[in-house]
Write a protein that binds this ligand. Structure first.
Ligand SMILES: Cc1cc2nc3c(=O)[nH]c(=O)nc-3n(C[C@H](O)[C@H](O)[C@H](O)COP(=O)(O)O)c2cc1C
Length: 341
């Protein structure tokens, strides 16, 4: 209902009181200014709709340049999280990677935790396995189990996570001895569905990136350093001596920003077959996502894991409210911010 003149006056008086009370707390110091952007307020009005955020990625139309990073499955809480996230993908026309689906290879016990296709019809949905499982399946000549799993999940393809540091530091980690590159080449030859490759919080250096870009992958998902780091997480589960002595290994890696710069150099290579990049790992805010996707010379979207996890633990309404805030931030960023090169 429209405010009466009297109500407007009272509200205005309250606002003025707020201004006086809050002014001292609203100081920004020069060293806090985000200097990644030129701010251009004089050139446009407020964003009229969110269509400007739409993009094409891996042959899908996305309403937003966003992806939900692979997370979880195999517990009641994971089922709730996955369903919330999948519904979000359906409502906002984005895509999602499932958490490791290893437990689905030989049993249907946890299938329901991962069975999110009904919540996101037509949206990109990718199953997920670690490179150690790929080696086991190659060696046992049972790659058809992956095909069966992808089909049963009605997924569009498979994400393979390459995670040597995590497996090495994990008390019950899996050891693999073949080069992931060779294993992925076998997978690409034998499997009919698209494949994405990712790390789990330490990213890839330039030689790995170069080799991966030369493969016919659907995308490379950075899983860069600077956010959730699974080598560190596994160390937190290990004994104290291991924690104290091996933790420097968890701080090895590449940030998403550094990886975008590597990709920009490598994007010139005529031998590249992979054309899409999912920028992830330490993408904390929509501003990071906007900055990195704008800076990336290849077709890209950005992904988050831990940032989605918190609201996804609650109700769908809480997750939806989180997403609305992201869209609000992203829309105004696109309207008024230009990237400093
Ligand atoms: C709870 C949780 C579980 C995860 N499980 C997997 C997984 O099963 N497979 C995988 O490839 N990555 C997994 N990840 C890693 C994320 O996909 C992502 O690469 C990493 O968390 C960095 O993103 P962030 O900094 O936005 O959290 C997991 C992350 C979280 C937070």
């Amino acid at each position: 209902m429209a405010e009466t003149y009297k109500e407007q006056e009272l509200n205005s008086e309250q606002r003025k009181e707020d201004h006086i009370a809050l002014a001292f707390n609203a100081q920004v110091f020069s060293n806090q200014v985000d200097d990644r952007f030129y701010y251009e307020p004089a050139l446009a009005g407020h964003p009229a709709d969110t269509k400007l955020l739409a993009t094409q990625f891996m042959g899908f139309d996305f309403d937003l340049p966003m992806w939900v990073s692979s997370m979880t499955g195999g517990t009641e809480r994971a089922k709730h999280i996955n369903k919330n996230l999948a519904r979000l993908c359906g409502d906002y026309n984005i895509g999602m990677g499932l958490g490791s689906c290893r437990m689905l290879l030989n049993s249907d016990l946890y299938f329901d935790d991962f069975n999110v296709r009904p919540f996101m019809p037509g949206r990109p949905l990718f199953a997920n396995l670690g490179i150690a499982q790929i080696e086991q399946l190659v060696e046992s000549q049972s790659l058809s189990l992956i095909d069966k799993m992808v089909t049963k999940l009605q997924a569009d393809g498979l994400i393979v996570h390459i995670n040597p540091m995590q497996e090495w530091l994990q008390p019950e980690g899996d050891i693999y001895t073949h080069s992931p590159l060779d294993l992925i080449k076998i997978l690409l030859e034998k499997c009919p569905f698209p494949i994405i490759v990712k790390e789990v919080g330490q990213g890839f250096g330039p030689e790995s990136l170069k080799s991966l870009l030369e493969l016919p992958l659907a995308a490379i998902d950075f899983g860069a350093s600077g956010g959730t780091n699974f080598a560190l997480l596994e160390l937190l589960r290990a004994n104290q001596t291991a924690q104290e002595n091996l933790s420097p290994l968890a701080y090895i890696g590449h940030t998403a920003h550094e990886m975008v710069e590597m990709v920009n150099v490598l994007s010139e290579n005529t031998t590249n077959q992979c054309k899409h990049i999912i920028i992830s790992g330490g993408v904390k805010t929509f501003l990071d996502g906007y900055y990195l996707t704008s800076k990336c010379k290849m077709s890209s979207i950005y992904a988050q894991a831990s940032s989605f996890l918190k609201p996804a633990l609650g109700t769908y309404e809480e997750l939806d409210a989180y997403m609305q805030i992201q869209i609000k931030g992203l829309s105004i960023s696109k309207q008024f911010l230009r990237i400093k090169s």
